[in-house]
Write a protein that binds this ligand. Structure first.
Ligand SMILES: O=P(O)(O)OP(=O)(O)OP(=O)(O)OC[C@H]1O[C@@H](n2cnc3c(O)ncnc32)[C@H](O)[C@@H]1O
Ligand SMILES: [Mg+2]
Length: 173
């Protein structure tokens, strides 16, 4: 089994590698920078999910027979608040697609305002905490949960949901 993850972000890659290796110890796992085909800062579940799907499709098309994985982070509004949202997609060589959403928390008002003004979350969070490259490490989720749930753990859960759906389908075959 050959997996290609459509990103070079270390939080995404470490999560994907751990979960795939757990379920498929023989799997070959590669990664590639592929475009998401959506805005740099996706807004809303639909756009964020589409970014994940586009990445999975593009990753799987890089090699004959490869399974593509796409992970995408975004924000969405709900009841007047701006929430972190994350989506994942898995595309099989036969064209089957699986999708899964991650856990969501509201962002503090100061961050929410920046997002509503069209800013990108990565730099906004780095500036807020006076740090660099938070998106590659604990992410906004880690920072705003006192490190209780870091960005890789969030993506690990999404990967479990994707691989779990894939395995459930295999049980049927
Ligand atoms: O290299 P890629 O795979 O593109 O990884 P990324 O960190 O840019 O992540 P996304 O493109 O999936 O996220 C879209 C935008 O949202 C930001 N973002 C999403 N989740 C975040 C988080 O938990 N912490 C910081 N920034 C986040 C990120 O910086 C991007 O500007
Ligand atoms: Mg990005």
């Amino acid at each position: 089994m050959d997996f290609i993850i459509g990103s070079t972000n270390s939080a995404k890659l470490s999560a994907a590698r751990r979960v795939i290796a757990l379920h498929f110890p023989q799997a070959v796992i590669e990664s590639a920078e592929v475009g998401s085909g959506v805005s740099e800062q996706p807004f809303g579940d639909e756009e964020t999910r589409l970014g994940a799907l586009n990445r999975a499709l593009r990753a799987s098309s890089l090699k004959e027979g490869a399974i593509g994985i796409g992970l995408e982070g975004g924000v969405r509004t709900l009841d007047g608040q701006v929430y972190l949202c994350n989506w994942g997609a898995l595309k099989l060589p036969d064209g089957t697609k699986f999708t899964a959403g991650g856990a969501q928390i509201p962002l503090p008002p100061a961050i929410a305002e920046e997002m509503l003004n069209g800013k990108e979350l990565g730099p906004v969070v780095d500036h807020y905490f006076k740090m660099n490259g938070i998106r590659q490490k604990e992410g906004a989720m880690g920072m705003f949960t006192a490190q209780a749930v870091k960005r890789d753990a969030l993506f690990e859960h999404i990967l479990q949901l994707l691989i779990g759906q894939f395995k459930y389908r295999q049980m049927d075959e």
